[in-house]
Write a protein that binds this ligand. Structure first.
Ligand code: SF4
Length: 303
């Protein structure tokens, strides 16, 4: 082999060896260590609360207590003894009440404590001018009937026939009440009594004001003491609210016997309402029979 070739081969061999060393060196070079990934942080999950059954929803087994009876505006609860209040009415000699334009006395509850009989009370009430209704009335309607049955009806106010001095059993609603007494209860109308919360009729179509109800209350309470009925039947919601002292819908008051101020009371519909809504006559008749039971009035024998 010529010298040049030998040298070339040697150089080539040396180059290859160098290349191999470099490659080997590359292979030995440590790569930058990839830092180990930190262990995953422990996720602190809140401990699951132990299962607890939901608190039982208490369903009241008994109805919520009824709200305290609301006093009807102007309602004055009866007192054991009527308050001694001086009023001209009770001292005025009995005289038939006639419509007069004279101004009534200031609203001052009449002194009724001195009346010892229904006759005296009727005379005193007939002359009463203690409230503004003295200006609107034509006649004072103190009451009707002997009450031998022990059944007393209470209306809110006198109707037009009574205000005109006639029988309260006139007119559509009066006739209906008369039929309830005579045909339903089998009694003459005189065997029951009919009175009203106020003794004087307000202006047509308007109910009595609370102050008028309150002023006239003394007459009513004394009347009830003297009449001492076995059972009171209130006609319509205002009468029921005043006698029971409960401002409730009539639907909740009727159909049962209440005790109010020691008296047995049954609330029912007003005859005027029954004239307009005859579908409630059946319920009204049920109420009347309840009252008859309290007063020991037997149903008439039907032929
Ligand atoms: S409504 Fe009663 S208080 Fe008023 S004037 Fe007539 S009787 Fe007297």
């Amino acid at each position: 082999m010529p010298q040049n070739e030998t040298q070339e081969l040697a150089a080539l061999s040396e180059g290859i060896a160098g290349l191999l060393r470099r490659r080997r060196g590359l292979g030995l070079r440590r790569t930058a260590a990839i830092p180990d990934a930190p262990p995953p942080a422990t996720v602190n999950r809140p401990e699951k609360a132990p299962y607890a059954p939901p608190a039982a929803i208490e369903t009241p087994l008994t109805p919520a207590p009824a709200p305290a009876p609301t006093k009807q505006a102007g309602y004055t609860p009866p007192t054991a003894a009527p308050a001694k209040v001086t009023a001209a009415a009770s001292q005025t000699p009995a005289a038939p009440a006639a419509h007069s334009g004279a101004a009534p006395a200031a609203s001052l509850a009449p002194d009724v404590s001195g009346y010892r009989s229904l006759e005296e009370l009727a005379q005193g009430a007939s002359a009463c001018r203690a409230c503004g209704l003295a200006r609107t009335r034509n006649h004072v309607f103190v009451g009707y009937g002997s009450g031998t049955s022990g059944v007393l009806f209470i209306d809110e106010m006198p109707g037009a026939p009574a205000d005109a001095g006639g029988s309260p059993f006139e007119g559509p609603s009066g006739e209906l009440l008369g039929n309830i007494v005579t045909k339903g209860m089998g009694l003459p109308v005189d065997a029951v009594q009919l009175i009203s919360l106020v003794k004087c009729q307000p202006r047509a179509g308007t109910p009595p004001e609370p102050s008028e109800l309150s002023t006239c209350r003394g007459w009513l309470d004394r009347q009830l003491e003297l009449l001492a009925p076995k059972v009171i039947v209130t006609l319509g919601r205002p009468a029921a609210a005043a006698i029971l002292g409960m401002d409730e819908p009539l639907g909740r008051l009727r159909g049962k016997v209440h005790t109010a101020s020691g008296r047995q009371v049954v609330a029912t519909f007003h005859p005027e309402y029954l004239v307009r809504s005859p579908q409630y006559k059946k319920q009204a008749w049920e109420d009347i029979q309840l009252a008859m039971g309290v007063a020991n009035v037997s149903l008439p024998t039907r032929k």
